[in-house]
Design a protein around this ligand. Structure first.
Ligand code: URA
Length: 434
């Protein structure tokens, strides 16, 4: 049996932990047999000394195996998953999963809820009345076999070691360590059982990784872990310096995802779906190169298969699929307030996390885990970075229900939008690929 004091000392002094030591440490910590104060010291030692590739993989696999893992072998064919490191206006899974599954990719996906300035797929899906996010493993697997896709909420038993460790890191200033972040994310992804994983590592003011070097380093680390676990991996580093698409807020984002599946979505969001989607198609062995894969996806949008697949999926999970074909049925917020340009010029920047927080302040997101969110509120931008504006032009429309919340949220959004004299140009959505 390990002695935690010895392991802390070894790591503190720059030593290497054995795979068996890491496994036992995580097992004992999950069971409550290692106290938080010792694990905090270990996290701080790792924070300063780092983990090598073998240690990082061992930590990831130990956390993956700390709870239930999904066995997707009863689903025929290659199962592909996608993971985003989170952002503002990131409704990607709602459009991407039906899009790729409409051309034959098997998508068995577990998603999370939103917290802080970032939203979550599960909250967005609950915009469809009746939508059920809690499926048993059997229901989940048979739905993928029958309809090609399923998305359910993360179960409590998914990587419980990570849940406990992440909460500990959060209060001991040990979150920002590359191997710890990568192993935390990948332990949950690997527990979901897909064969191929496409990572969307966000970079910019609305993302966890603010600059390209740290986003690239995280992407490389996660791809290494995935490959080490025998998965087929790709990572795209994509821009999150301004909100993705135009809409921020649950129902507003679902409507935008529906527009995108009809071929009428925002340019940046459509491009992102095609980029990620073509990689999922490719890793699933359904096309021979990115171009062929992208053409398959474009054809599915053009002839309505992608939209029909969203409806099929919503219905399979108990949701009202008529909303897919008639989004005007979604509830609207009671009031709107327009943010206008206070001078002529160009939209220089939209500080992404601030925009996310403005939406959260309207009730569209959670400050604490058990807050109840208001699905109809949020922001629809009418201008993006690089757009020319005249004084008085509408930049964004805030949708809200609670009149006591609008002033502070409006001020936050106003401060997030900068108008400058020079055209800053548009940012590319794809920054790098690993
Ligand atoms: N997201 C995670 O899931 N884990 C981390 O450590 C950081 C971000």
């Amino acid at each position: 049996m390990i002695r935690m004091t010895d392991l802390i000392q070894k790591k503190r002094d720059g030593g290497k932990l054995d795979v068996s030591e890491i496994k036992e440490m995580i097992m004992l910590y999950t069971a409550g047999d290692i106290p938080d104060y010792q694990m905090s010291a270990m996290m701080m030692a790792i924070f300063y000394q780092g983990l090598d590739d073998e240690e990082t993989l061992a930590l990831t696999l130990a956390m993956r195996d700390s709870g239930d893992t999904l066995d997707l072998s009863a689903i025929k064919g290659i199962k592909a998953d996608k993971h985003s490191t989170g952002g503002v206006g990131d409704k990607t899974s709602i459009a991407l999963a039906p899009l790729v599954s409409s051309v034959g990719v098997k998508v068995a996906k577990m998603s999370g809820r939103g917290l802080g300035h970032t939203g979550g797929t599960i909250d967005k899906l609950e915009s469809f009345p009746g939508f059920n996010i809690s499926l048993s493993e059997e229901q989940f697997i048979s739905q993928v076999n029958e309809t090609g896709m399923a998305i359910m909420g993360q179960t409590k038993t998914l990587a419980p070691a990570d849940k406990k460790l992440y909460a500990l890191r959060d209060v001991t200033a040990t979150v920002e360590q590359l191997s710890l972040i990568a192993s935390s994310i990948m332990s949950k992804k690997l527990a979901c059982g897909a064969d191929a994983i496409v990572l969307d590592v966000k970079c910019g003011s609305g993302a966890f990784m603010k600059d390209i070097d740290s986003a690239r380093a995280l992407a490389i680390e996660m791809v290494k872990i995935g490959k080490g676990a025998g998965k087929n991996m790709r990572a795209l580093i994509t821009d999150m310096d301004e909100p993705l698409g135009f809409a921020v807020g649950n129902i507003l984002e679902v409507k935008e995802a529906i527009d995108t599946l009809k071929g009428k979505g925002p340019e940046d969001f459509t491009e992102l779906c095609l980029l990620l989607g073509s990689r999922m198609v490719l890793l699933s062995g359904l096309a021979s190169d990115e171009k062929e894969a992208e053409d398959m996806l474009k054809a599915s949008i053009a002839d309505g298969r992608a939209l029909d697949q969203l409806a099929r999926f919503v219905k399979a999970q108990g949701g009202d699929d008529s909303y897919v074909y008639d989004p005007s049925k979604f509830e609207n917020a009671a009031f709107t307030k327009v943010l206008t340009a206070d001078k002529d010029g160009f939209v220089e920047s939209i500080i992404c996390d601030e925009a996310g927080l403005a939406s959260m302040m309207l009730g569209g997101g959670r400050e604490k885990k058990d807050d109840i969110i208001d699905l109809s509120v949020g922001i629809v931008f009418e201008k993006k970075k690089g757009d020319a504006v005249k004084k008085g032009d509408s930049i964004a429309v805030m949708h809200y229900n609670d009149e006591t919340k609008i002033d502070a949220a409006f001020e936050r959004l106003s401060n997030a939008v900068k108008i400058g004299e020079k055209d800053p140009g548009r940012k590319k959505i794809l920054l790098d690929e690993i």
